[in-house]
Design a protein around this ligand. Sequence first.
Ligand SMILES: [Zn+2]
Length: 411
Amino acid sequence: MQDRELYRRILGIESPWYVERVDLKLAEGEVHVYLEHQEVRNWVCSECGAEAKPYDHQAERGWRHLDTCQYQTILHARPPRAECPEHGVRVVNLPWAEPSSRFTALFEALAIEWLKEASQQAVGEQLGLSWDEIHGLMERAVKRGLQRREAESVGKIGVDEKAFRKGHSYFTLVNDLDKGRVLYVAEGREQASLDGFWETVTEEQKQAIEAVALDMWDPYVASVRQHVPGAEKKIVFDKFHIAKHLGEAVDRVRRGEQKTLKAAGDDRLTGTRYDWLRHPARMEPKDRKEFAQLRNSGLKTARAWALKETGMALFYYVYERPARKHFRWWHSWAVRSRLKPMIEVGRMLKRRFENIITYLRHRVTNAASESINAKIQWVKYTARGFRNKQNFTNAIYFHCGGLDLAPDSTK
Ligand SMILES: [Zn+2]
């Protein structure tokens, strides 16, 4: 029959497989293609690739394939089993699908391409796939991609935490700062969350790590110290995280002062919260002028703000010696400021200083993973179907892992 040959070609079916019959179900808009194979002397063991004697067949199964001429196309076949001298009886690999998938490899490849660009909901509707089917497809793609990822060395990595469901739970991400991709995702933000990453890398890869950008978060610090040789000189506390601590201290000073001023009928600080957090260079000229008055006012908040700005000037230094001198001077100013939040942050930064000054040598921050963060926001926004954390983890690898996701037989 002519359509058997046509479908054999469309589907790319090769010997020993052939199209035995085609069932066109016009009313349902479906094409069912039944595959059979010629007698073979040997199959190939799916475990080791050695010749394996034909054993029997499993019951008939179906695989969703790319639509042909608007018709949903479903392949049917009975997967053969073969007996390997070493591995015993195994199902043989089928040329059109990966083991345990209900879709053909070409269909998966198409769905993967679409999922990279569009929301899970849109792809689900277009291709007629359920959430479970989409998540299964993404999980297989990620598994393949992670297996294919070569043991290449990564010089600069960043460890970052991500809140899931508005701070109810956290994820730990390890990012490749050079290539802007996610290397590892784990639940939680404990030491164990990061410890898992080191099990996925070789000793050579650990040796090759030059710098690790981190928040000042002790569980992460402990994990890096335990696993990275020479960690003391490689840990770089993220400068934006430091700026955040300083900014919070300024805000605490402002809140305290605002109360006192307000009680005395002085509303100079009212509505200024964000002015103290912004950089004057990014203000409108009019706002900048007003703010200049405020910060020259002798208010406590103005002193705290000056401390913050001067503290952050550390990161403009090129050489370590003058930078250390700057910090010593700044620290003594901070601890004598009589502003409790500033004294506290000054002491904290002093305690952490040896891994702050490392910035001058390595110049890494977690901001290099901004492109990753933007994608993760997109993932969170477009994928409302995350029933569990595993799906979220897979979606991060899928979109941000820089992985090769396509099924084997389509490459
Ligand atoms: Zn075998």
